[in-house]
Design a binder for this molecule. Sequence first.
Ligand code: SME
Length: 153
Amino acid sequence: MTDTALLNDLTSAVTNAPDATAAMTEVVQMLQARLPYYTWAGIYLLEGDTLVLGPYVGKPSPHTRIPLGRGICGAAATEKATIIVDDVNADPRYLACSIETKSEIVVPIMDGDQVLGELDIDSDRPAAFGADDRALLEAVAAALAARLRASAR
Ligand code: SME
């Protein structure tokens, strides 16, 4: 079952944050604090054809700028769809961030048909992400989209 209390806390944090950057920071911090198997949690924003790393928690990633054609992040933005990878080492698209990472979920943050960015979560557990994670993160992405849209005006 989706964690309704967590989703409520996340959407409240997004709504009440003073600006979009604070909203993104709250989201990644809350996700990692409340879901310990979310080893690394970050948000990339799309600038032209490049995904640029914004707020994150976890080890610094070497991939602070990812072209649309590269990585699982690039694939999710190109396909405009959530991607779950149970075993990152078996996926040729995978760009390694940490050798401990075993699985990953990437959820686009959409404004209609336009990609604003994405939520990227890595886990040290194999096959850590399922339907509940997808539902939670897609709902959070929708809440973030509203804040990012408003701040772009
Ligand atoms: N693994 C991602 C790159 C980002 S790091 O995980 C933070 C990918 O394959 O696109």
